[in-house]
Design a protein around this ligand. Structure first.
Ligand SMILES: C[S@@+](CC[C@H](N)C(=O)[O-])C[C@H]1O[C@@H](n2cnc3c(N)ncnc32)[C@H](O)[C@@H]1O
Length: 282
């Protein structure tokens, strides 16, 4: 694709910027359709820019940003410029957050709610996306006052890529999103992480959360896709449960620096990249 380098429009928990280099080295040399059932900020999708892809997430508001950029990126950019033209303070932040929550509560998924999501991501604490039990975005303000909330050229390039490529945007559970994966398709799974310590709670990106049962379901799906001849790659923390769930496949540890962790000492760690095929690296 002729879009040069493009990168995620949001900072996303579990964003794959750190791991990207290791993932890129393990891309199968050929494949048909690319599937990313937990797309999040889409770091791998945007770096690979495959011609044909299916992307999916449970987060409907996040997918709306992809949809709106595909439909009319300049419209989203114009709205962001309008938000950026006023100096931000806590009142301003809360007024945008309130309006965003009103819109998502009635599922008003349009260019404005997409722009709000990108803007809130830049002005909220640590770029987190957290919702309460009612599904309302409740992350506090990060005290950032001014400056641009976007890389305008990047947003335009993402819009062009999404228009030029054959991209299907699905919303829902990862298992349903993979129902039509076929032989020689390539699937990259980047689910919410298994916690590093046993006492930590499983990460809750949405009000649904992602449980141990979901990790077991994912491992069963990995095995099923392997059996039909798809190329499957998955990343997660380097913890015993992950080794157990994927025993028999290639499990390669890699070093990463984590951005979203309140404790600076926990910002380095090990992850694993699991594949059902051999690559240049293995
Ligand atoms: C680790 S993040 C993906 C990060 C992404 N690779 C990136 O580069 O930003 C996990 C994503 O899974 C989504 N998710 C959580 N539960 C899900 C489910 N059951 N099915 C599909 N997506 C889910 C979350 O909304 C979140 O965007």
């Amino acid at each position: 694709m002729a879009n040069g380098k493009i990168s995620p429009f949001v900072k996303w928990a579990g964003g794959k910027k750190q791991l990207l280099y290791h993932l890129q080295k393990r891309i199968p040399p050929y494949f048909n359709t690319y599937y990313e059932p937990f797309v999040g900020g889409g770091a791998l999708l945007l770096s690979l820019q495959p011609h044909k892809a299916v992307i999916n997430d449970v987060n409907e508001q996040l997918l709306n940003v992809y949809l709106q950029l595909k439909k009319d990126a300049p419209a989203v950019i114009e709205i962001l410029k309008r938000y950026d033209s006023l100096l931000c303070d806590v009142q301003y932040y809360l007024s945008i957050r309130r309006e965003y929550n009103r819109k998502i509560s009635v599922r008003e998924l349009d260019a404005e709610s997409a722009a709000m999501m990108v803007w809130l991501n830049k002005h909220c604490f640590n770029g987190l996306y957290r919702v309460n039990a009612r599904g309302e975005f409740n992350v506090p303000y990060n005290n950032r006052r001014g400056g641009s909330s976007m890389d305008e050229e990047n947003l335009r390039a993402i819009g062009r890529y999404l228009q030029q490529a054959e991209i299907e945007i699905r919303q829902g559970d990862f298992e349903t999103a993979c129902a039509d994966v076929a032989r020689n398709d390539f699937v990259y799974f980047d689910s919410p992480y298994v916690p590093i310590s046993e006492t930590a709670n499983f990460t809750s990106y949405t009000k649904e959360g992602f449980t141990l049962k979901d990790h077991e379901r994912l491992a069963a799906l990995f095995r099923r896709l392997d059996s039909i001849g798809a190329f499957v790659m998955l990343s997660n923390h380097d913890v015993p449960l992950v080794h157990e769930l994927y025993s028999g496949f290639r499990i390669e540890p890699v070093d990463v620096r984590r951005n979203i962790n309140r404790d600076a000492s926990k910002r380095r760690g090990k992850e694993v990249i699991i594949t059902n095929y051999s690559s240049k690296e293995s």
